[in-house]
Write a protein that binds this ligand. Structure first.
Ligand code: ADP
Ligand code: MG
Length: 651
């Protein structure tokens, strides 16, 4: 047998089953072997018939001593039989399975799993699951053990699938090309199972420890594969050509004097790192991590400046029109007229813009790439986690003169180092930290009984030249979860705070209208902006000094952190109010942790164990490797794999 063999080469898998299996993504022997259980049912404790009850399903070992088909008046059949374990006898009934009298010929030993019929006065088992106990070294696989449960599709039963996988596992030594790629020294160093044992245990564990160990080994492989690709990428990129940019600091110093602040040390260092990278004849791959409000935009601008000075083109990509526009305005203000800058969004694109050197915009740039791009040396992606893998790939394929663009990705997602190495192992990482003068945003938990009081406090803040965001969880979700609904609440807020100008935005409002509303808020014409999380991304509203968050327990902490970063951007005092509906200790602890902490990484790590990284970092699903077994929250394992991959793949 070979891993690459078609699945229909297995006994009992004809074309019909092969077609059904392909719906589950199973085409080959390898696919089936790697079709892992989604969970396990533990029926390994086997008891006596007398222990069965009407509430909980239990597993017993008994002999079926009688079984007959009874025809009902409606023409249907029921199967009635008697079970015994030597101590008690018990009636058993199945419905509509006339073939049972052929497959279960008494006396026959069975493993039975079920509970007593709660409606019947006499003790009786109805429609229990069963498995025939065979002699010899036959291993029961459906009942009386830790039973694997697989994702199924119509036409494939769990019993059928288990039998097929058991066949593979029993014959695993016959699969010629199944070789353990993991060298013995690595396996020993991290005490990992051999591959065949891991596969046996993941499908048919004897005890729960087997599952843990199997997952540890298979997860290791999974992460190691990702790491391998990243290392290969990073070696490959060093062989590709890019425009080598010469650096002249004159213009940069001029711009620095125009700024109303001095750059922080980490900003200066990062700019140097970028300039150093783009000076080389190979493409830069750099990730700039900086908490919300830490000042990534100016770093990007000063970083790209030499590229413009060398006469090449730069693309600065933002996830939303409003953010692109904001970058366009602030950058245009700082740059000389010497460079032609264009704002390219769905609304603003016009065909005259073709000679531009700095293209700032949304993915609309990609739509018009053939007209716009001719001499591209650098791409900057802001809020990179908002873009799918495909969009980013498309950008990197934009070669000019066969040269690959330098790439800088900006992110505010607080990713711990270990996770970052798995997600961005082929990138150099720069970090910047918020300026020291930044004030901590005071964060308060407001229990429901204090809500009314807090309204007066809010009025006070807004009256004092303040502006507030008022955030609700996504509108669709709220209907189901019966949480405060934005559409319902907005009129109430509007009325309660009628001395102020308020407005509402959410995902169902058209982009251009949304952008206008945000602009009004940015200009200070609106004081209260009620909104879903659409304001999460990057926008800089200097006047906003209060953010109120409804049903705060519904958000991941990292997302709350992003939201909180929307206020207090101009070294002014700012506050965050958290309303929450579930007054549980766990919820309060979590939110209190958030209130006391400002470090995005710490905050993300706190949540990483409870939620997947997709939720914690708000990274689009498409941007994350799809892990079947390993978990990004397992920092220990990530570290081991990184160590191992350096040993194995870095020459
Ligand atoms: P983010 O990192 O979230 O993209 P921005 O680049 O939007 O942050 O910067 C947030 C605010 O901080 C802006 O108003 C910007 O002008 C300001 N800023 C940037 N660098 C500094 C600095 N070194 N000192 C003070 N303020 C700064
Ligand atoms: Mg930003």
């Amino acid at each position: 047998m070979h891993l690459t063999d078609n699945i229909n080469s297995l006994p009992g898998v004809g074309y019909r089953y092969a077609a059904l299996l392909s719906l589950l993504g199973i085409e080959t022997v390898k696919d089936l072997l790697n079709y892992f259980p989604s969970y396990y049912k533990d029926s390994s404790t086997v008891g006596m018939l007398s222990e069965l009850d009407k509430i909980q399903k239990r597993t017993v070992n008994a002999t079926l001593v009688k079984l007959k088909n009874i025809r009902l008046r409606n023409g249907k059949f029921i199967q009635k039989g008697t079970l015994t374990d030597g101590e008690v006898e018990l009636n058993v009934t199945w419905f509509n399975q006339p073939y049972l009298t052929k497959s279960l010929v008494p006396p026959i030993d069975l493993l039975i799993s079920g509970k007593l019929n709660p409606k019947s006065t006499k003790p009786e088992l109805t429609s229990p699951e069963y498995e025939i106990v065979r002699s010899g070294d036959y291993e029961n696989i459906h009942i009386g053990r830790i039973v694997p449960a697989y994702p199924l599709t119509k036409g494939i039963t769990s019993k059928w699938l288990r039998v097929k996988i058991k066949y593979l596992i029993d014959n695993i030594d016959q699969i010629e090309d199944l070789v353990d790629q993991l060298p013995l020294i690595i396996r020993e160093k991290y005490k990992l199972l051999e591959l065949t044992d891991a596969l046996k245990f993941i499908h048919f564990p004897q005890e729960s420890k087997d599952i843990t160990e199997a997952r540890r080994r298979l997860g290791f492989d999974e992460l190691l594969n990702i790491q391998k690709i990243l290392i290969e990428n990073s070696l490959k990129i060093k062989t590709q050509p890019a425009f080598s940019i010469s650096i002249n600091n004159g213009t940069m110093e001029k711009i620095k004097t125009k700024l109303p602040f001095t750059l922080t040390e980490s900003q200066n260092t990062t700019i140097e790192e970028i300039h150093n990278d783009i000076g080389k004849p190979h493409p830069m791959r750099r990730l700039l991590q900086g908490d919300v409000g830490s000042g990534k935009t100016i770093v990007a601008l000063l970083g790209l400046l030499p590229v413009l000075e060398n006469g090449y083109q730069v693309v600065l990509l933002a996830p939303t029109g409003i953010l692109a526009q904001q970058h366009y305005q602030s950058i245009s203000k700082l740059l000389d007229k010497k460079y032609k800058i264009s704002l390219i969004t769905k609304e603003t694109y016009n065909e005259l813009e073709t000679k531009s050197q700095l293209l700032i915009g949304t993915h609309a740039i990609l739509k018009h790439k053939s007209e716009l791009i001719h001499n591209l040396a650098m791409v900057i992606i802001d809020e990179q986690h908002r873009f799918g893998v495909e969009q980013r790939r498309e950008l990197l394929e934009l070669k000019s003169n066969n040269k690959v663009p330098h790439l800088l990705q900006l992110t505010a997602t607080p990713i711990p180092r270990t996770v970052a190495l798995t997600l961005f192992g082929d990138y150099q990482v720069s970090k910047i930290y918020p300026p020291k003068e930044r004030k901590m945003i005071r964060t308060f938990l407001v229990p429901e009984q204090k809500r009314a009081d807090s309204y007066d406090w809010i009025k006070n803040v807004v009256n004092n030249k303040g502006q507030a965001f008022w955030i609700f969880p996504a509108i669709e979700e709220s209907e189901k979860m019966q949480i405060k609904n934005l559409e319902q609440s907005y009129p109430i807020i509007e009325k309660l705070f009628n001395e102020f100008q308020s407005d509402v935005i959410h995902g169902k409002i058209k982009a251009d209208i949304k952008d206008k509303k945000i602009e009004q808020f940015a200009k200070g014409k609106t004081q209260i902006l009620v909104s879903t999380t659409v304001v999460e991304v990057g926008i800089d509203i200097p006047g906003a000094n209060l953010i109120i968050i409804e049903s705060a327990e519904r958000f991941g902490l990292a997302q709350l952190h992003q939201l909180r970063g929307r206020v207090g951007r101009n070294n002014q005092n700012a506050c965050c109010l958290l309303y929450f509906n579930e007054n549980k200790e766990e919820v309060r602890n979590r939110l209190e942790f958030f209130a006391k902490n400002t470090d995005g990484i710490k905050i993300a790590e706190y949540d990483l164990n409870r939620r997947g990284p997709g939720e914690v970092y708000g990274i689009q699903q498409s941007g994350l490797p799809n892990l079947k077994i390993a978990r990004f929250s397992n920092l220990e394992q990530l570290k081991q794999v990184q160590e191992a991959s350096e040993i194995l793949y870095r020459k």
